[in-house]
Ligand binder design. Structure first.
Ligand SMILES: Cc1cc2nc3c(=O)[nH]c(=O)nc-3n(C[C@H](O)[C@H](O)[C@H](O)COP(=O)(O)O)c2cc1C
Length: 197
């Protein structure tokens, strides 16, 4: 197993009274038990991420892009990440604006990196949010992981900070195995060959 793969877990919702941190805490525990990663959790609610973007495109500005200092923790975490796991609820059949802002402020940070998803919501379990995220992240040259975790009706399906579904840790392991495989493969690829973007 490749050592020191860094997994950044991003809590995408910033809503008052949100459930996101419960999901993030559980999956962070699964990722630490998995053993394939060094895990860092970034909570977007702790950051100041402006909705207004600068005139310059991050695609062309390179290191001169004015990333706000209020979200430096996210920027440096994404920079050093070998894999990212997005924790997202579903808002009006998509993902929260906080997560879109966090994604849009970054550009090359996503290139040739694997991104997995853990979603939750009502009957659809946040799957509409994930479908939209997959679309957006493909534009940013990320590699999205097929086997995510989805928690429908989480309000009746979680207790004491964990899902009631006893199969959930096994599903998490499948996703984390795939994420680790891609993280190792893409880290080697990034180090040896310039990505043709
Ligand atoms: C603005 C808003 C829109 C929502 N739209 C949906 C939706 O389209 N589908 C769904 O399953 N749940 C929807 N919900 C319910 C959320 O999935 C649920 O409130 C969840 O707890 C939100 O995550 P959070 O607590 O981490 O913010 C919505 C909630 C909000 C606040």
């Amino acid at each position: 197993m490749t050592e020191n793969l860094k997994l950044v877990i991003v809590i995408g919702s910033v809503r008052e009274g949100r459930f996101g941190p419960v999901v993030a805490s559980w999956i962070a525990g699964q990722a630490r038990e998995h053993g394939g990663f060094v895990v860092e959790v970034i909570d977007l609610a702790d950051l100041d991420i402006p909705l207004s973007l600068p005139a310059a495109s991050p695609k062309y500005a390179g290191d001169n892009y004015p990333w706000p200092s209020g979200m430096a923790a996210l920027t440096s975490a994404l920079e050093s990440a070998d894999a990212v796991l997005l924790i997202t609820p579903e808002y009006n059949h998509s993902y929260p604006a906080s997560l879109k802002a966090a994604i849009d402020w970054h550009f090359t940070h996503w290139t040739a990196k694997p991104v997995g998803f853990v979603s939750y919501g009502g009957a659809a379990g946040g799957r509409h949010a994930v479908l939209h995220l997959e679309n957006v992240l493909t534009e940013l040259h990320a590699v999205t992981i097929r086997d995510g975790l989805s928690f429908p009706n989480y309000f009746t399906q979680w207790s004491d900070g964990r899902p009631l579904d006893t199969e959930a840790p096994a599903y998490a392991k499948v996703m984390l195995d795939q994420l680790a495989w891609w993280a190792a493969a893409l880290r080697t690829a990034r180090a040896t060959t310039a990505y043709p973007a």
